[in-house]
Design a protein around this ligand. Structure first.
Ligand SMILES: [Zn+2]
Length: 114
């Protein structure tokens, strides 16, 4: 997977976990075996991840995140799992993750599973 995309996927996961903790779902995480005092660690991990991303990437990421929360969307059988629209055949067949490609319908960044 392209490094940028990998970082964005991780960054999005971290951001969503931080959001969840802020919403007071500590109990849920505790049940799942997470250390809920890990918030500080998560914030630190987020900073480290953001430092690895380019400014342009982060701008794009932040814009999509503000709008949807979930920035990256998996492509399964040619369908974007962010908006559930079928992708154009050319795009659906890309499947390489070599570039960071936005979904033409919702704008989320697509990643393809091999
Ligand atoms: Zn989409």
């Amino acid at each position: 997977m392209q490094k940028n995309l990998e970082y964005l996927v991780l960054l999005n996961d971290i951001d969503i976990m931080i959001d969840d903790l802020a919403k007071g779902s500590d109990e849920k995480y505790r049940e799942m075996g997470f250390d809920v005092d890990a918030r500080e660690q998560l914030v630190k991990a987020r900073e480290e991840m953001r430092a690895k991303c380019s400014e342009a990437m982060l701008n794009r990421y932040d814009k999509i995140r503000q709008r949807y929360g979930k920035v990256v969307a998996r492509v399964v059988d040619g369908v974007c799992y962010g908006c559930f629209q079928r992708l154009h055949t050319d795009l659906a067949q890309t499947k390489t993750n070599e570039d960071v490609v936005p979904c033409p319908t919702c704008g989320r960044l697509l990643y393809f599973l091999a």
